[in-house]
Design a protein around this ligand. Sequence first.
Ligand code: TSJ
Length: 642
Amino acid sequence: MSEIEKVQTAYDESQIQVLEGLEAVRKRPGMYIGSTSESGLHHLVYEIVDNSIDEALAGFCTHIEVTINKDNTITVSDNGRGIPTGKHPKMGISTLEVVFTVLHAGGKFGGGGYKVAGGLHGVGASVVNALSEWLSVKVCNEGKIHEMSFEKGKTVKPMQITGDSDETGTSVTFKPDGEIFDTLVFDYDTLFKRLRDQAFLNAGLRITLTDLRSEETRQDTMCYEGGIREFVTYQNNGKNPLHEQVIYFDGKMEKADAAIALQYTDSYSEVFLSFANNIRTPEGGMHETGFKAALTRVMNDYGHRFKLLKDDDKLSGDDVREGLTCVISVRLEEAQFEGQTKTKLGNAYIRTFVEGLVSEKLSAFFEENPAVAKAIMEKAILAASAREAAKRARENIRRKTALGGAAMPDKLRDCNENNPELTEIYIVEGDSAGGSATQGRDSRYQAILPLWGKMLNVEKVRPDKIYGNDKLQPVIIALGAGLGNEFDISKLRYHKVVIMADADVDGSHIRTLLLTFFFRYMRPLIDGGYVYAAVPPLYKLKKGKETRVAFSDEERDAVSAEMRGDNENAKIDISRYKGLGEMNPEELWETTMDPGKRTLKKITLEDAILADETFSLLMGEKVEPRKEFIEKNAKYAVNLDF
Ligand code: TSJ
């Protein structure tokens, strides 16, 4: 056989294999991109961009541009070396064509320098090509412009030289196939967030996102010289750091490298962002486990060595991570993704590697920066003692609850009915309103629990204190379902939990606190739709012996006009309810508690999230936003509802 024939044979064989490969992708797209819904659609963009990022990692590309064109097609361009256009040594066709027509071609060409692209399923350009109605690619290298195009993965224009160029780079434009995807509309914010992650993870790389679909072009350029250090700073925007500098370390081993940036703030929450091969791993995995183990050990060792901790005291993982903001990024060959959403890193050697790296470098950092070490240690020790106190409070409650009915709070006025499906509990602000509610209620199925008066004094309260808060204990006990991890909805003693508070600032504070508490510690209560807000009237209108109420200014005017009727001179006495405590039992029953007449507002998850944010603001460290909030809302106090 002549040389030419040999090549021809190889070409034919590879072509057959190609067709089979890409048809498989079109048959079972979910296998390659996760789904054919919106997330799968966006995945196409990431698959292409990942190739440019690999080129940046190799040190040849500094700028990536992603454009959403007017017709919802996508263009991704970079200023790298350009996909090789010469003949592929094994396939006998151009490497460019191999990239787009051979399944799993990514990483298998171009020599050792090519890192495995990080796509969720480790697939690349050929999959995007197979799932596109059309795709065109333009490569500038070796002084020439090369162009080629495809339809549904099949070559329709073989590679052609279309001009000269002294620049280098790759540009791909594609239109996702409407036969494959449920939606073809790209979401700017989804792409923006993912590309911003990539910009943070690849320090110095410039990524531009442009949206040409509307009159006004939208564009963001992201470039972070500080990389994941800047990612941490960005996450901590608006918080108070315990130390000025973001702590950073990185390291390499044979098959992997890792970079970690962290900073503590005085907040109580933890922000942990981990990545493997530039992909978010919200389910965690070996890199997270390694980091967490090292952090806990280093801080316990330090605490014992400098006698900040007693010999048998031990900080837990939660203690040492309170207020921590951490970004960890690992890159490795043959990453194994596990878990429900395939976002958990499974490679066990990464745990050992990261744990060793963090142990060594963090201990060294603590040695060299004793002031920072002290601030971080004190925070963790405080967290430990708060957690200890909270645990005691929880146990206390559990003991009381275990005793059953006899242990119900003194102030609870329970109902006669025992079937929770038929009963309601009104949590009422203040003793006097509690008294009216108790007298006005239908005691067969309505229970009343009066709460303290003013309770939200604006001071810093650690969330753990809420557990042990003696004001909230009666609520926990009356509801009977426990709290936190041990919350058991099947033990709930009332299937309607009604918060009844005044329509003023104090009432709003109490609603905010209760909702935040339910949201954080009795989440199934919110999710299950068991929580309601009572809606008391704002106005009382009197004409002689006739009395009516109104729930808003508009209603007040309408009712007043109605009562006046034709008698223009009738004297109507309008008074404003200053609070629930002012209503007598009958009024309260008729306007707010009678199931036949009352309005109850069902609390949604969104309401609760909003309350949680408001609570954080009110309880937060920063004085200015809190002042602003209170001033702003004091003005509209009466309208303050969720
Ligand atoms: F998805 C894709 F493959 F189509 C694609 C690849 C899309 C985009 C927008 C860019 C790229 C890409 C590929 N940018 N840069 C590269 N680089 C290479 O493919 C390349 C170039 C030179 C060499 C070499 O060894 O000389 C090796 C490689 C892998």
